[in-house]
Design a protein around this ligand. Structure first.
Ligand SMILES: C[S@@+](CC[C@H](N)C(=O)[O-])C[C@H]1O[C@@H](n2cnc3c(N)ncnc32)[C@H](O)[C@@H]1O
Length: 546
């Protein structure tokens, strides 16, 4: 499929020799299995998708027989754009535009039309790269950080709110409304304009586009830009320093973030945020902006029709669902509206639990079945014998040693058959994702590195994680609802499985080497270090909740 072709740009020839384990480990202690598999072009299956070996790309040589890749892409773009436009016209939808009064979001599209939209996005990206050529795309690609700098500064100074939405403003007048000096104001605006953010209808006159208008009106988007531009961007600029100083890259207090904010070995990022309510609020709003966005809606888990998780049997038995790190319980509220018999426990840190809405739902039938409970997931799970233990956007915040610890803390509470569900991104092999989603997920993976030394995981890595946490966790697999970027990763607790684990497969061998080493590390060799970090994690977490 054309939409998957972009990966050919990045495919690498297999190395002439298999990298030694120690070398691979050095490259990425968390992703040992995935790194080696993709470098070697091994066949494997991820998320139920058959993966073909990575092939070295071949130059798209000129041929009189068949159109070039560029022309193929251009035709695809034309075809899919016409399809999209026809649908939108037939349904009286406003055409996409950056005019100030244009809708900021695409309307909800049926699956086939959404697919056309996705293909346009992916094909235009690939065509753009081809038209730039390899050297120029590297040369100018690295300059994207300057767009970030401009947008971050404009956002920091609240410039979008100073530009009237329904008219325009001269630069001279705009300058009187901000402490940003005139030269810098003008140059940053004009750089942002190259990305469709603000416009200059006449020389020296500034007006909104639909994109800058979002920045003026959407507080969560302001927070998203602030969190990314001022926190993640700054942390990212220190990743090389963090990795050079602490190559193992597993500690929560030795990340790019700590180097950027001078908190190395002092406290994890969440603790830093927790000390400053404004800072914390910004991160909370930024998260709300993300999780309200396309492909992340809770309905993908709740609606069975959309490929969500079916809890009918748990409901029929009046069972219990525990949402660990569940913030203010929005997921349980949605589930409780659908399942009217079962019970829910939402666990989070004390400040988050205290700040949850009371009652949690206006519908008393829902509210009375949901319990908010302060619980630190680095301590033993207090709700014994529940049917489901659920983690959404939790495990990806932690490197393997911490993630294993979190899962192990469930064990004393688990009854046979208890389900453990992780709702996170699940990375597929390079090129198996449509390039739009792949880019979002791999960027998120990089955010995890910069802030937390954490990571998004592949199916194999999730499997390893459960294996490292205990043989009683029987991995059931990964499912991804259509249109959703998050996957549903499931294991079931079967203590008998631990007893019957094949003797020929001793624990150390059953787990990928990297996971084994790391899983052991916090308890056996680094107990004091992690304990300190966890204690510090606990205090301020509220901050980053929504
Ligand atoms: C990224 S948010 C995810 C929230 C929610 N599950 C969601 O899907 O949006 C992480 C959540 O974990 C909570 N948290 C962080 N550390 C925790 C800990 N040690 N114990 C319990 N909850 C914690 C935070 O307060 C926050 O609500």
């Amino acid at each position: 499929m054309a939409k998957l072709k972009l990966s050919s740009w990045f495919n690498r020839s297999p190395p002439s020799t298999t990298p030694a384990d120690s070398e691979t480990k050095k490259q990425n202690r968390h992703s040992f299995s995935a790194v080696s598999a993709s470098l070697l072009g091994k066949n494997s299956a991820t998320n139920g998708v058959a993966v073909s070996p990575a092939q070295p790309s071949k130059a798209d040589t000129a041929s009189t027989q068949s159109p070039s890749r560029m022309v193929t892409l251009a035709r695809e773009i034309a075809r899919e754009t016409e399809k999209l436009e026809a649908y939108m016209k037939d349904n009286n939808m406003a055409m996409p535009s950056f005019d100030v009064d244009a809708p900021a979001d695409f309307p909800k599209l049926p699956d086939d039309i959404q697919k056309s939209r996705r293909e346009i996005i992916c094909a235009t990206k690939e065509l753009g790269l081809l038209a730039h050529g390899p050297r120029e795309s590297v040369r100018w690609g690295i300059w994207e950080f300057l767009d970030v700098m401009a947008l971050t500064t404009l956002n920091h100074y609240g410039i979008a709110k100073l530009v009237p939405v329904d008219s325009s403003i001269t630069l001279a007048e705009l300058q009187t409304k901000t402490t940003l000096d005139p030269i810098n104001l003008a140059r940053l605006l004009r750089l942002a304009m190259t990305n469709g953010i603000f416009c200059e209808p006449k020389p020296g006159v500034i007006a909104h586009t639909a994109a800058s208008r979002v920045l003026a009106e959407d507080e969560n988007m302001q927070a998203w830009v602030g969190f990314n531009g001022e926190d993640i961007f700054r942390a990212s600029g220190h990743v090389v320093q963090a990795l050079k100083t602490y190559p193992e890259a597993t500690s929560l207090t030795r990340t790019g973030f700590q180097f950027a904010f001078d908190t190395v070995d002092k406290e994890p990022m969440f603790a830093t945020f927790g000390k400053d309510p404004e800072w914390a609020r910004r991160m909370g709003r930024a998260m709300a902006s993300l999780t309200g966005g396309e492909g992340y809606e809770p309905s993908y888990f709740v609606d069975v029709d959309k490929g969500g998780y079916d809890l009918t049997d748990v409901d029929a038995a009046g069972g219990t669902f525990v949402d660990i790190g569940g913030s203010h319980g929005f997921m349980c509220v949605d589930l409780a509206a659908k399942y009217r018999n079962m019970k829910f426990v939402v666990q989070d840190l004390p400040k988050t639990v205290d700040s949850a809405p009371k009652p949690i739902s206006a519908d008393s039938q829902i509210a009375e079945r949901i319990t908010m409970l302060a619980h630190d997931f680095f301590t033993e799970q207090p709700i014994k014998g529940a049917d489901v233990y659920y983690f959404r956007w939790i495990i990806h915040n932690y490197s393997t040693p911490y993630a294993v610890r979190i899962l192990k803390n469930l064990i004393p509470a688990l009854k046979p058959g208890a389900r453990i569900i992780i709702n996170d991104h699940c990375l597929r092999e390079p090129g198996q994702e449509n390039p739009w989603d792949e880019r979002v997920m791999r960027r998120m993976d990089a955010v995890m590195l910069a802030l937390l030394n954490a990571q998004e995981r592949t199916e194999a890595e999730f499997k390893d994680l459960f294996k490292a946490a205990g043989d009683g966790f029987v991995f059931k697999g990964v499912r991804r609802p259509e249109g959703c970027r998050m996957s549903i990763v499931e294991a079931v607790w079967q203590p008998d499985a631990a007893a019957t684990a094949p003797a020929a497969e001793p624990k150390a061998a059953a787990v990928q080497p990297a996971a084994t080493a790391e899983a052991a590390a916090p308890e056996e060799t680094k107990a004091e270090e992690t304990k300190t970090e966890e204690t510090k994690v606990e205090e301020p977490k509220t901050a980053e909740t929504k």
